[in-house]
Design a protein around this ligand. Structure first.
Ligand SMILES: *[C@@H]1O[C@H](CO)[C@@H](O)[C@H](O)[C@H]1NC(C)=O
Ligand SMILES: *[C@@H]1O[C@H](CO)[C@@H](O)[C@H](O)[C@H]1NC(C)=O
Ligand SMILES: *[C@@H]1O[C@H](CO)[C@@H](O)[C@H](O)[C@H]1NC(C)=O
Ligand SMILES: *[C@@H]1O[C@H](CO)[C@@H](O)[C@H](O)[C@H]1NC(C)=O
Ligand SMILES: *[C@@H]1O[C@H](CO)[C@@H](O)[C@H](O)[C@H]1NC(C)=O
Ligand SMILES: *[C@@H]1O[C@H](CO)[C@@H](O)[C@H](O)[C@H]1NC(C)=O
Length: 346
């Protein structure tokens, strides 16, 4: 390409980026906040044999249509800018244009995502600042994967460690939103929310050991503070959470298992998310994102409707489960206490 054209293209991208960032500028980000968001973004280890890689939203949308509960087409060709949003979208779902050969089949190229090299896949990062006594800053790091591979399960009779009868691959779904979140207080990390599918656990920052220590699992969220300090819960629930979240530099290290992206595996491909963060201000639910962030307003499911649910009664899972909801439906931390309150909550 001619140099001038290249420069023009660069300028265009810069423009698109800035336009996206401030598409709905309730306030602009301060360098201090941006620095915190970037320096504490996670390192995500993908399994060395991971085939179902993450992708951009732009990569995925051309492959789906928008349907309602009766599988009636509501929107055909969608882009991030034109995807339907708001309350009316909450009963909708995305459906791959090409059908799956079977509920547990993954015969579509889009499912294999994009290379994570050189920051080619962004992490959608939503931050929210509070005007409270701690200058609380919440940051949620969202990764999108076009496909989540399920696990083999025995739907026959398990005998002596093997399965007599049928073995099925259950818990697959089109579309997968995974996320982790950090709450900062006065410019320091305070608590980390590690998410594993529907389970989550909280880790408290420990300055002397320079890592995060297990605090509580999602199921025991009702834990109370004692002497104004969070207490560690004695009892541990399934799944077994790792006792700490370690750092590389200032980046929390999290693991993503083979195929299903929320579990821990062994180290493989390092996804250095700070190479490409799309930093997005949090907006209240009655306010819409605009421009190339309009896709955030979609409140339906980011994947095909469920199929192959014959074994759901026994196993609680379908061969193809329904898609997940998007970033705006996720809440990582309770609201901090207002400035006037003396109770220390998290
Ligand atoms: C939502 O759907 C209702 C009923 O179809 C329609 O009247 C309304 O205009 C829609 N709202 C928006 C914001 O599109
Ligand atoms: C990523 O960048 C490095 C260094 O600039 C380069 O050697 C490598 O080929 C790039 N990889 C891809 C997949 O673009
Ligand atoms: C299970 O394995 C044990 C030892 O390998 C064997 O004695 C037993 O007969 C097996 N039971 C069945 C039902 O196959
Ligand atoms: C940090 O970790 C050390 C070692 O486990 C522990 O003794 C100390 O109480 C922890 N500090 C906080 C603030 O949790
Ligand atoms: C990872 O998953 C792929 C299929 O997605 C499979 O071929 C491979 O054997 C798996 N590797 C491990 C170590 O489980
Ligand atoms: C959204 O709700 C808040 C408080 O509930 C209100 O102050 C604000 O004006 C609303 N914004 C819009 C665009 O409706």
């Amino acid at each position: 390409m001619h140099q001038q054209a290249k420069n023009a293209q660069k300028l265009f991208y810069v423009f698109v980026f800035i336009y996206g960032l401030f598409a709905n500028p309730s306030e602009s980000i301060t360098p201090e906040v941006e620095q915190l968001i970037r320096s504490w973004s996670p390192l995500i280890w993908l399994h060395s044999e991971e085939r179902f890689l993450p992708s951009t939203v732009e990569f995925f949308l051309p492959e789906v249509t928008i349907q309602d509960e009766q599988s009636i087409l509501v929107q055909d060709y969608v882009t991030p800018e034109t995807l339907i949003g708001g309350e009316n979208s909450s009963v909708l779902h995305m459906q791959t244009r090409e059908p799956l050969d079977c509920p547990a089949c993954y015969n579509l190229d889009v499912f294999f995502g994009q290379s994570i090299n050189n920051g080619s896949v962004p992490v959608y990062t939503i931050y929210r600042e509070y005007d409270d006594a701690f200058n609380t800053l919440d940051v949620s790091y969202f990764a999108f994967y076009p496909y989540n591979r399920g696990k083999d399960a025995c739907v026959g009779v398990p005998v002596n460690g093997s399965c007599v009868g049928a073995e099925k691959n259950l818990g697959n779904h089109v579309g997968d939103w995974e996320h982790n979140a950090l709450r900062f207080r006065n410019g320091q990390p305070y608590i980390f929310h590690l998410n594993v599918h529907s389970f989550g656990s909280y880790y408290l920052w420990n300055e002397s050991t320079n890592n995060f220590h297990f605090f509580l699992g999602e199921e025991v969220r009702t834990a109370v503070d004692q002497d104004n300090e969070p207490v560690e819960i004695e009892e541990r629930y399934e799944p077994k959470y790792p006792p700490t979240v370690e750092l590389i530099g200032t980046h929390p290290v999290v693991y993503s298992a083979n195929g299903s992206h929320g579990l821990w595996g062994s180290p493989g491909m390092a996804w250095t998310t700070w190479d490409n963060l799309i930093i997005i201000p949090w907006l209240p639910s009655n306010t819409s994102y605009e421009g190339n962030l309009n896709w955030l307003n979609f409140l339906g499911d980011w994947g095909n409707s469920a199929e192959g649910c014959e074994y759901e009664i026994v196993t609680g899972e379908c061969e193809l489960g329904s898609g997940p909801s998007g970033p705006r439906s996720k809440v990582d931390f309770p609201d901090p206490q207002p400035k006037t309150s003396f109770s220390l909550n998290f």
